[in-house]
Design a protein around this ligand. Structure first.
Ligand SMILES: [Ca+2]
Length: 568
């Protein structure tokens, strides 16, 4: 719990910041101060109504992190070409958020934000994490850094991470020598099972804790380097319509590769989740379940193929929904539903790869009517579904328009486990528990920094305003429809999006140098109002500048490697 001194320090610092930056109006300041009071539970509504009941047993938490699932990919968010009854039920029994975001539009930095509560552009001394971790990446999170798993571990929870990891293994670099340490078990997870990188990149094996599953010392996993290799171990055949998957870059570990089948990964992960919950039901538990769904390649199990009206893309969503049903069914079966907070969300927006294009052609809107896609700074890249269910604590069937980000989970889980929300002014993570449990009228989060793949497109939200520091999306640059990474203006035109900077699928030559949107009146970003509101543009630029790491040369800001860590 925050101390009075801490609150005073926070408010004093806020006032000083306001005076220096002169960014907010007086009414903004009052709203900000009210928000701070909310954060510390000393507002006009008592803390008892906002915080978890301290007498109740510690709630279990199941955090399901889908991959590349867009704002329009679920029935409860408006999809009609796919059926998602289990996820829709979570929404019906809990609360849906309309303005939730991933801190980055890219897998790896989004996961970094979720686990650490730190903006990924700040990571590694300001160099930032901007892109997907490569196959040989070392662990991108310093084991000394607090993670959401540590938060639960410190409260006596059993903790597990299942599924896609994509945050690297090992110190500095990963040459895939076992044990794969440091890894998830050094970040607060008791147990890990899943895909070490991503379903579109090798190695195509499972890892359990720090070992390759079905590994064989006489037939070790050997990294061959980038590119195609004749002696690479064979992997599951998939058809071209499943979308892109990188060729294997490993030899050896034949048995481990045979254990991994693209078409059964969903079933395996669902079974693992059920088994782990069942084995740990006697104590409070935290399960981080990071699905491969619905990242390319689209490989739904046979029984899901052809079940949706949105091609393989939709079938993969429906398998994801089944997986969610397995987990919620397990909670129900063991009488755990009432004491378990289930959160379902996605690591970034939907992608217009081959699978996505086939879904769009079938009439599916992967990011709803939002502009843009995964990797980009436009809303489609990072505004994501977010559903929270906790029967008896979260009012059923409700919606929240609070601005929320996955970077907020650290502070939220600290508050949930009675560890207080810390000094919010020193952290990127804000306690959103009041928005989960109640309906605060003031915004808990005033500002949010959002990262595209390109550092040039770092963007900032403040209230209704969204400022993007450059032209275009800053995401995928594929220029032709047949490109796997098709993106930007032509891709936006393909799905029928309209934007004042774009014409015939191209950026207009006279488009402003950066972008400003009024999301309250123009959520779909049809009008760049950069030229109409120069004072707001200037304020947003100044505000964004205050978040940027100042001491790192530009050429070092886009490296996806941990710096040499000083443990002292
Ligand atoms: Ca992703």
């Amino acid at each position: 719990m925050a101390t009075a001194a801490g609150i005073t320090k926070t408010i004093t610092k806020t006032v000083a910041t306001l005076a220096i930056e002169n960014v907010m109006s007086r009414s903004d300041f009052i709203r900000g101060a009210v928000s701070l009071l909310w954060l510390f539970g000393v507002g006009t509504v008592g803390r008892a109504e906002q915080a978890a009941d301290e007498n109740a047993p510690s709630p279990n938490v199941v955090f399901i992190f889908a991959d590349d699932l867009g704002y329009g990919d679920l029935g409860c968010y408006g999809a009609s070409k796919v059926q998602t009854p289990n996820i829709d039920r979570l929404a019906k029994q809990g609360r849906m958020f309309s303005d939730a975001h991933s801190a980055s539009a890219v897998c790896t930095p989004s996961r970094y934000a979720l686990l650490t509560g730190e903006y990924p552009f700040r990571a590694h001394g300001g160099k930032g994490i901007w892109g997907p971790a490569p196959v040989t990446s070392g662990l991108l999170i310093d084991p000394d850094q607090q993670t959401i798993a540590d938060v639960f571990k410190d409260s006596g929870y059993a903790t597990a991470a299942l599924g896609k990891w994509h945050l690297g293994f090992g110190e500095g670099k990963n040459d895939w020598q076992e044990p794969l340490r440091p890894g998830p078990q050094d970040l607060g997870f008791d147990y890990y099972f899943g895909l070490p990188v991503v379903n579109s990149a090798p190695p195509y094996v499972f890892v359990e804790n720090d070992r390759v599953v079905d590994g064989d010392p006489n037939d070790p996993l050997v990294y061959l380097g980038r590119g195609r290799h004749k002696d690479a171990t064979p992997i599951t055949p998939i058809p071209p319509e499943a979308s892109q998957r990188t060729a294997n870059m490993f030899k050896g570990a034949v048995r481990a590769h045979q254990r991994y089948n693209d078409y059964t990964v969903g079933t395996v992960l669902a079974e693992k989740a059920v088994d782990w919950i069942t084995a740990n039901k006697q104590q409070p538990f935290f399960l981080y379940m990071a699905t491969t769904h619905i990242h390319h390649p689209f490989t739904p199990g046979k029984r899901f193929q052809g079940t949706s009206d949105a091609a393989l893309y939709g079938d993969f969503i429906q398998e994801l929904d089944w997986m969610v049903g397995e987990v919620t069914g397990c909670l129900e079966e063991h009488g755990l539903s009432d004491n378990t907070l289930v959160i379902f969300t996605s690591d970034n927006g939907g992608m217009l790869n081959l699978g996505g294009r086939n879904a769009v052609r079938a009439g599916h809107r992967i990011n709803g009517d939002l502009l843009g896609f995964k990797f980009g700074a436009w809303e489609g890249g990072h505004r994501i579904p977010f559903i929270a269910r906790w029967p008896g604590k979260i009012p059923a069937g409700t919606k929240s328009h609070q601005l929320l980000c996955n970077v907020d989970m650290l502070a939220t889980f600290k508050a949930l486990t009675g560890q207080g929300s810390g000094d919010a002014s020193e952290s990127d993570s804000i306690n959103m528990l009041p928005a989960l449990l109640g309906e605060p009228t003031a915004a808990l989060r005033e500002e949010l920094v959002l990262a595209a793949h390109k550092p040039s497109h770092l963007a900032i939200r403040k209230g209704k305003w969204m400022y993007i520091g450059a032209r275009g999306s800053g995401g995928f640059g594929g220029s032709k429809p047949q490109h796997h990474a098709w993106g930007g203006p032509p891709a936006a035109a393909f799905v029928g999006s309209v934007n004042s900077d774009l014409k015939n699928g191209k950026l207009k030559p006279g488009a402003p140098p950066a972008q400003l949107y009024d999301l309250e009146n123009d959520m779909y970003q049809t009008q760049n109002v950069y030229n109409q509101y120069p004072a707001v543009v200037k304020q947003m630029q100044q505000l964004l500048q205050t978040y940027r790491p100042q001491n790192v040369p530009p050429e070092q800001r886009n490296r996806n490697r941990p710096q040499n860590r000083n443990k002292q």
